[in-house]
Design a binder for this molecule. Structure first.
Ligand SMILES: NC(=O)c1ccc[n+]([C@@H]2O[C@H](COP(=O)([O-])OP(=O)(O)OC[C@H]3O[C@@H](n4cnc5c(N)ncnc54)[C@H](O)[C@@H]3O)[C@@H](O)[C@H]2O)c1
Length: 251
C-alpha cells in the first residue's frame, strides 16, 4: 500500500470533482476525495471524507490521511463556491460574499496546497488549480458578466498561485497548472437556470465533466507546467499545442 500513488480531490461530492475522483481512481490512483457534502462518502472505490477546505483543521485532517494510502502525486484544487454578486449590492453584502467565495476558492487552495507540497517534494507530482475560461479573455470574448465579479476575481487570483508555484516547485518536479473551462454540465451550471434545466442552445454545446477529466489526465501525463489549459464549448477538448515560452527579463 505504502508506494501507491495518491490523488486528492477537493469538492468531489458532485460535478467536476466527482468525475476527477472517479477517473483518477480508474487510472489506479488511491483517491482521497473530500467535500462538505456527505455524498462524497458514496463514491465507489474512493476514500471519502467530509471536510471543508476553508477550515484549517479540516485541511490538516485530509492531509493527515495521505500517508496511510501511499505517496501523494496529484492534488486537484477543485472545490469552488459560486454566487451572484451584483456590483450595486451593499458593502456589508459584498464583504459577506467576499468571505464566502474567497475562503473556499482562494484561502482553501492556499491551505490545501501549502499542506500538500511537503508530501510531494520527494517524488514530484501535479497540482491542478480548477479555474475558469474567464481568465482567458482573448479566447472567451471578454471577461464574465459583471454580476459575478468576486467569483471572477477569485479565478484570476489563482493565476498568481499557478504561476508562482510552477516556478518555485519546478526543482522538485512538481508541475502546477490551471484548467480553464467554459460551460460544463454540473449542478453548479444547472443552478443558473430555472428548474435546473439547461436551455436547448446550451444543452447542445455544453461539455461533460468526463471530457474535462480526460483533459486532466492529459495534463498529468504531459511535462508541461505553469500553464492555463482552456476548454471551449463546441470545440474538441484537448491540451493543445504548447504556447511560446517568454523569457522573464526582470524580477
Ligand atoms: N461547471 C462549470 O461550467 C464550470 C466552469 C468553469 C469552472 N468551474 C469550476 O469547476 C469547479 C467545480 O465546479 P462544479 O461545476 O463541479 O461545481 P458544483 O457546485 O457542481 O460542485 C462543487 C463541489 O464543491 C463542494 N464545495 C464547495 N465549497 C466547499 C468547501 N468549502 N469545502 C469542500 N467542498 C466544497 C460542493 O459541496 C460541491 O460538491 C469549481 O471550482 C468551479 O468554479 C466550473
Amino acid at each position: 500500500m505504502a508506494n501507491k500513488s495518491v490523488a486528492i480531490v477537493s469538492g468531489a461530492a458532485r460535478g467536476l470533482g466527482r468525475s476527477f475522483a472517479q477517473r483518477l481512481s480508474s487510472e489506479g490512483y488511491e483517491v482521497l476525495a473530500f467535500d462538505i457534502d456527505r455524498d462524497v462518502l458514496e463514491i465507489p472505490g474512493v476514500e471519502g471524507l467530509v471536510a471543508d477546505v476553508s477550515k484549517r483543521e479540516d485541511v490538516e485532517t485530509v492531509i493527515g490521511a495521505v500517508n496511510e494510502l501511499g505517496v501523494l502525486k496529484v492534488l486537484v484544487n477543485n472545490a469552488g463556491a459560486w454566487k451572484r454578486t451584483p456590483v450595486d449590492s451593499s458593502w456589508e453584502q459584498a464583504l459577506q460574499d467576499w468571505d464566502y467565495i474567497m475562503d473556499t476558492n482562494l484561502r482553501g487552495v492556499l491551505m490545501l496546497s501549502r499542506a500538500a507540497i511537503p508530501y510531494m517534494k520527494d517524488q514530484g507530482g501535479d497540482i491542478i488549480n480548477i479555474s475558469s475560461y474567464y481568465v482567458l479573455p482573448a479566447r472567451s470574448g471578454g471577461t464574465n458578466p459583471p454580476d459575478t465579479d468576486l467569483y471572477n476575481a477569485s479565478k484570476w487570483a489563482l493565476n498568481g498561485f499557478t504561476d508562482a508555484w510552477a516556478k518555485y516547485l519546478e526543482e522538485y518536479k512538481i508541475k502546477v497548472n490551471g484548467m480553464c473551462m467554459g460551460a460544463v454540465d454540473t449542478p453548479m451550471l444547472r443552478g443558473l437556470y430555472p428548474d435546473e434545466k439547461l436551455p436547448a442552445d446550451m444543452a447542445a454545446v455544453v461539455m461533460s465533466s468526463e471530457q474535462i477529466a480526460q483533459q486532466l489526465m492529459d495534463i498529468v501525463s504531459s511535462e508541461r507546467t505553469g500553464e492555463n489549459f482552456g476548454a471551449w464549448v463546441g470545440e474538441p477538448v484537448s491540451i493543445g499545442e504548447q504556447p511560446p515560452v517568454h523569457r522573464r527579463i526582470t524580477g
